[in-house]
Ligand binder design. Structure first.
Ligand SMILES: *[C@@H]1O[C@H](CO)[C@@H](O)[C@H](O)[C@H]1NC(C)=O
Length: 169
């Protein structure tokens, strides 16, 4: 009884936040995704909008979108307290180049990213414009990812991705 409650609690608090760099404004179009991003880790990309999806609704987090290279210059700050997603839309600043999140109401020792957070993650998944076709892009070099993302941005379907067919998820 106690054990199953504990197990449920652990499963319920597992990190499942996916951060999408979308090729179009308003979180539309193809995307490259950091799946299961941990707090205080900067997911890097380059696109006009960024979506957080799968945010546990019992978490209170702040998510920051940055421009100017990685988590360089703050561009958008989102407060999620019960919402399972948010879209950081385009604004007058250049493309989003990085994003990370942190917990709002926990003790500092559990990780509130102020200055000095330097850990980065690269997107591990490419999602096509149809929103359902996904490829594993982990370990590909940056130029290759940029090239594949550009093809996806043009609205291409799975037929354009024969070279990474074996990486389809
Ligand atoms: C902004 O992002 C889009 C979509 O990824 C890309 O096509 C474009 O080249 C980017 N702009 C710059 C200035 O990097």
């Amino acid at each position: 009884m106690h054990f199953s409650k504990l197990l449920f609690g652990l499963v319920g608090s597992a990190s499942a936040i996916d951060v999408y760099f979308h090729s179009a404004d308003n979180c539309n179009g193809a995307a490259i995704v950091c799946t299961g991003l941990n707090p205080d880790v900067c997911c890097t990309g380059n696109s006009p909008s960024v979506a957080y999806r799968g945010v546990p609704t019992n978490w209170h987090i702040n998510a920051q979108g940055f421009s100017n290279g990685g988590c360089g210059s703050p561009k958008w700050l989102a407060d999620l307290n019960g919402q399972n997603w948010v879209c950081m839309v385009a604004n007058s600043r250049p493309n989003y180049t990085g994003s990370r999140y942190w917990f709002v109401s926990r003790r500092r020792a559990e990780g509130t990213c102020s200055a000095g957070c330097t850990e980065q993650a690269k997107p591990d998944t490419l999602v096509l414009e149809d929103g359902v076709t996904k490829y594993d892009i982990a370990g590909l070099d940056d130029d290759k990812v940029e090239e594949l993302f550009a093809i996806a941005n043009s609205g291409a379907g799975p037929e354009a991705f024969a070279e990474i067919q074996t990486r389809r998820k």
